[in-house]
Design a protein around this ligand. Structure first.
Ligand code: NAD
Length: 537
């Protein structure tokens, strides 16, 4: 029989450790007498201590370091704090602070977390992946660090993103921590500053490209299927051409999705639905303009287009509603050398600047995914407010320092009439004696629930129809009182209920599409709820 761990082995195992919360009986049972101070704390009391420690820190990056050190000491306490205080903690473990954490990753590194793959692992991926201590892996978040938020190529430093996303999978959707695997596909970096940083921990060579890159990913995906056959692979923060290439290569072959393309799209579609409840517009009548034509923006269009078709528009009419602008102006058919993913969205229209395009097209909704701060200029936002009674503005670029505009600017430039959401959390704004609560248009609302839904029914593919269902489920959670406050998303503190609803919607769709491997349960919602991790002792 396996011997029960005792003493230091218990205290130094983050899954078992309860620190000062070990009861008197447990202290006897695990040989902990003398190893802990006499006082026995409840988990609530321990949480109070954590929050006090957090508030004492001057910078969010210090809070980030503190929280992940807690995860390495006492996993259940970490998740208790994260779940009960998601509003305050999410901006630390996720955007915007995770951006800074990635930039400083090699300098604040304390202990390894997650899994690293390098070009040297080609040909022995199966063997290497078998080193991971868990076998029942259900969710893998993988990045190659080439487009970390709007911060560019951060190489192996990008590992902060899969770690943060998976913490949200556990907190937001109750995926068990041991079922989560963060992966860094470290194929080098083209960021010279990193390569010459003596503390940089990644592969110090320029990026692997072409067939060598594709073969490495292929071997990874194949090995995952062999070792973790039930795992969903979430592609995260890949550069746009690779993001589309990987999604198009694998979406019909394995259980996977790209969060920047599909998760963002479902979140923003839900926000658009909610915005029409304020503006009074018919969804099918909307004209939508995107600033930025990377994978985040076209990913949204790839989902809004079928949603418009579902609302009754023809394929062509739906395309006429989606307009793209980049730094060279409106994306029109006469533009040369465009990337393949944007081609379906180029319009038969004269070329023109961003502001002229707003005047000409008169969009109801403006969505920014440029990664460049300040690209929603005062002129552009004021024009939106001239054209629309209630213009809807989404400034989605992360982290906050790269957002297209701030909440303060939007409410001032539209005289408080804008319906506004930002990718990272935005400040509540007081303007002319009224308080505005901007919502957070971030894929964090959707990916945990999509993952939970896929895990629950054991889906073997993720489809666009599932993301449409997720968008509907998220929009359904928005209450009139949220809209009254100016927020087009439900409160983040309800993320577990939101994830459960999204998971039900995604599962149902999987059953409908014959893509679920588990039998249909009697009580879908109840059975999914039972699967959700609870970090209470
Ligand atoms: P990308 O680099 O592929 O695309 C950026 C696009 O913006 C390109 O088309 C580029 O030409 C255009 N652009 C750059 N500068 C511009 C300017 N000055 N004016 C107009 N257009 C300009 O990146 P991506 O993967 O599409 O991501 C873009 C941004 O979206 C990132 O900052 C990322 O953080 C954000 N994003 C947010 C979420 C969310 O959930 N809120 C999800 C995914 C991505």
């Amino acid at each position: 029989m396996k011997k029960e761990p005792t003493g230091f082995d218990v205290l130094h195992n983050p899954k078992l450790n309860k620190g000062s919360a070990f009861s008197e009986a447990e202290r006897d049972r695990y040989g902990l007498r003398g190893l802990l101070p006499a006082g026995v704390s409840s988990q609530q009391r321990q949480m109070q201590r954590v929050l006090e420690n957090l508030s004492r820190k001057e910078y969010d990056i210090e809070r980030y370091i503190f929280l992940f050190a807690l995860q390495g000491r006492n996993e259940r306490l970490f998740y208790r704090v994260l779940i009960d205080h998601i509003d305050e903690i999410m901006p630390i473990i996720y955007t915007p602070t995770v951006g800074e954490a990635c930039q400083q990753f090699a300098h604040i590194f304390r202990e390894p977390r997650g899994f690293y793959i390098t070009p040297d692992d080609r040909g022995r991926m199966h063997e290497i992946l078998s080193n991971w201590p868990e076998r029942d892996v259900r969710i893998i978040v993988i990045t190659d660090g080439q487009r970390i938020l709007g911060l560019g190529d951060l190489g192996a430093n990008g590992m902060g993103i899969p770690i943060g996303k998976l913490a949200l999978y556990t907190a937001g959707a109750g995926i068990y921590p041991e079922q989560c695997l963060p992966v860094m596909l470290d194929v080098g970096t083209n960021n010279k500053e990193l390569r010459t940083d003596p503390l940089y921990l990644g592969v110090k060579q320029t990026r692997l490209t072409g067939d060598a890159y594709n073969d490495l990913v292929k071997e990874f995906v194949t090995s995952v299927q062999e070792i973790f056959p039930k795992a969903l692979i979430q592609f995260e923060d890949f550069l746009t051409p690779n993001a589309y290439m990987l999604l198009n290569t694998y979406r019909d072959r394995v259980l996977c999705f790209n969060d920047d393309i599909q998760g963002t799209a479902a979140t923003i579609l839900a926000g658009i639905y909610s915005s029409t409840r304020i503006s009074g517009h018919n969804f099918a009548d909307l004209r939508i303009m995107f600033l930025g034509a990377g994978s985040a923006a076209t990913g949204m269009a790839d989902l809004i287009h079928p949603a418009l078709c579902k609302a009754g528009l023809s394929n062509n009419d739906a395309l006429q509603r989606l307009w793209f602008v980049d730094q060279a102006g409106l994306l029109v058919k006469s533009r040369q050398n465009l990337a393949e993913h944007i081609l379906p969205y180029t319009q038969d229209h004269p070329a023109m600047s961003f502001t002229d395009a707003i005047k000409s097209i008169k969009p109801h909704i403006l969505i920014g995914a440029t990664g460049v701060q300040g690209t929603f200029t005062e002129g552009a936002i004021r024009l939106m407010a001239e054209i629309n009674d209630r213009p809807a503005i989404f400034a989605l670029s992360n982290p906050s320092s790269h957002a297209e505009c701030t909440s303060q600017q939007v409410y001032e430039w539209t005289d408080g009439r804008a319906i506004f959401a930002s990718g990272s959390p935005s400040k509540i704004v007081n303007y002319k004696n009224k308080t505005y609560h901007p919502g957070q248009g971030n894929n964090a609302y959707v990916f945990p629930g999509v993952g939970l839904g896929a895990v629950a029914c054991q889906a073997n593919r993720i489809t666009d129809e599932m993301f449409l269902a997720a968008a509907d489920a998220l929009a359904d959670m928005v209450k009139p009182e949220d809209l009254e406050k100016g927020t087009i998303y439900p409160p983040l503190k309800d993320i577990r209920a939101i994830s459960l609803n999204i998971a039900c919607a995604v599962s149902k769709k999987a059953y409908e599409q014959n893509l679920a491997q588990n039998p249909y349960p009697n009580d879908l919602s109840g059975s999914i709820k039972k699967l959700m991790y609870d970090p209470s002792y």
